[in-house]
Design a protein around this ligand. Structure first.
Ligand code: ZN
Length: 129
């Protein structure tokens, strides 16, 4: 038994409806992938797969059970209200993941890169001669 669940694009607020089986919990919808999550295309059978989430392209992804409603959310966390909608940007729907029975917290990409990597080589800014 599946039912439609509504999400909105974090960039422009375009509302998308997705048929879900209901046994996977959603964690978040973000404009970037979470570190450690694996994303499937909505056309794949993500519910039965090992995917940890679904990757959409706003307004362009097309699959059975997926429907762009033409509505635009006015939620406060839409990044660019007034942006042309749908905007064609990447949207990542992440499911809750568990490891060893504990919920995994996503690590923001920027922090993840800096942890334990030591001094990074490469230019850090205009400090040349
Ligand atoms: Zn969008």
């Amino acid at each position: 038994m599946s039912y439609p669940v509504r999400y909105y694009c974090p960039h422009c607020g375009a509302v998308v409806e997705l048929e879900r089986d209901g046994y996977l919990s959603d964690k978040s919808v973000t404009p970037y992938p979470l570190v450690g999550w694996e994303y499937a295309d909505p056309a794949e059978s993500f519910e039965n797969d090992d995917a940890d989430g679904v990757h959409f392209v706003c307004g362009e992804s097309d699959a059975e059970g997926l429907r762009w409603t033409g509505e635009v959310s006015e939620a406060d966390d839409v990044e660019h209200p007034g942006l042309e909608s749908p905007c064609g940007n990447d949207v990542y729907l992440s499911f809750v993941r568990f490891e060893d029975g504990r919920e995994v917290d996503p690590v923001p990409e920027s922090e993840y890169v800096d942890i334990g990597s030591g001094p990074r080589s490469g230019p850090r800014g205009p400090n040349g001669p």
